[in-house]
Design a protein around this ligand. Structure first.
Ligand SMILES: [Zn+2]
Length: 130
């Protein structure tokens, strides 16, 4: 799992070089719809470029977005690890990849606390919608 997030981190580093420090360091400011689109496009492009030169771990495609297969393991592939909600929409899966939670949890726990979230804080005693 750690290795996979390294991969995402490398993609983010490349994005940071393109958009500047703000893009990654202050996602609450960055994370509007327009920027989100750009972000996703950049990730896609970078992922495509990187697939040939990156490690040998298997990649799968989610709506044109290549990710390490291990990142999307079968057990929790489409479930928010915070609230357990099944994520179906493409947009929401991007949240899952980027923030490791669904869009609802992002709005509730991450949007105004992204710094704490990035440091590894997670809400406790969240009722699972399974
Ligand atoms: Zn959730």
């Amino acid at each position: 799992m750690e290795k996979d997030w390294d991969y995402i981190a490398r993609l983010e580093k490349a994005i940071k070089q393109k958009y500047g420090d703000d893009a990654v360091q202050n996602p609450s400011k960055f994370w509007d719809e327009e920027k989100e689109k750009e972000y996703i496009e950049q990730l896609k492009e970078l992922a495509k470029k990187q697939i040939d030169v990156d490690d040998r771990s298997e990649k799968i495609e989610i709506d044109g977005f290549l990710v390490n297969k291990k990142l999307v393991n079968k057990d929790n592939k489409n479930n928010c690890p915070i609230c357990g909600t099944k994520v179906k929409l493409r947009d929401e899966r991007i949240y899952l990849l980027r923030w490791q939670c669904c869009k609802t949890c992002y709005a509730q726990y991450v949007e105004f606390n992204w710094e704490r979230w990035t440091e590894g804080w997670r809400p406790e005693n969240v009722e699972k919608n399974t």
